[in-house]
Design a protein around this ligand. Sequence first.
Ligand SMILES: Cc1cc2nc3c(=O)[nH]c(=O)nc-3n(C[C@H](O)[C@H](O)[C@H](O)COP(=O)(O)O)c2cc1C
Length: 248
Amino acid sequence: MAVISASVRKDRMGPTIADWIVAALGSSADVDLIDLADTLLPDDSLLYPGGGPKSAVADRIDAADAFVFVMPEYNHSYPASLKRLIDWHYAEWRLKPATIVAYGVHGGYPAIEQLRGVLAEFNVVTTRRVIGLPAPWASLDEQQRYAPDDGLSSRLAGCLNELRWWATCWPTHAEPAPSRRRTDLAGLRRTPTRLIKEFWCSTGTCKHHNLLINRVRGAEAWGGHDGAGARRRERRAPAPVFTVGQSD
Ligand SMILES: Cc1cc2nc3c(=O)[nH]c(=O)nc-3n(C[C@H](O)[C@H](O)[C@H](O)COP(=O)(O)O)c2cc1C
């Protein structure tokens, strides 16, 4: 499970909240804490549809079966650092579940709802239970650890329990995911390469599309760097019966 801590500011709250989540996960998951302050992404001028050159954290995102996004609310949205991380990857996110823990003066719920919409682009399913932590800086113990009341800790347990359930059962279909069957759906032979060509032609830059397509093929970037992670997930065995069993 990857816990992704989005804040990159000096004197940030992010690591304190991320540590609280990692402690709550305990030994129930193999946790990889990805701190965006330590994550250098390539220059955005190299970005193109489906990602771009492979980033330093691509393998870590690809290896995760589920994500916990830990993020502050900035101006009623989530931080730009997180949007960059999302845009720099594609297949690494696909067909996996995520939960979201936001924080801010008022708890960060507007940011949570915006992130859900973006994650839907990758068939990332977000848990119904998410958490917004209002003014977490007011709930630190003497060691400066986040120490909220039992209600919040139990709500976090509910989110993580739901996330584990999705990680186990998502997806269980033997069929490929619909978005990987464009030809069947559209009744047209619209391959990924052709879709990219159509997109760039529609932007009026079609004289460059061959160059773009070769770059995409070269980096195997459509659907991610090789799509192997997504293919592996689609072949997963059916999930065992599991009861979420948490109250709100
Ligand atoms: C640029 C910026 C914008 C912010 N906008 C909001 C906001 O819209 N709503 C809110 O509740 N808090 C807002 N805050 C307060 C942050 O939630 C608070 O400072 C929090 O500690 C930031 O997380 P960090 O310390 O991990 O970066 C904002 C903070 C910054 C730096």
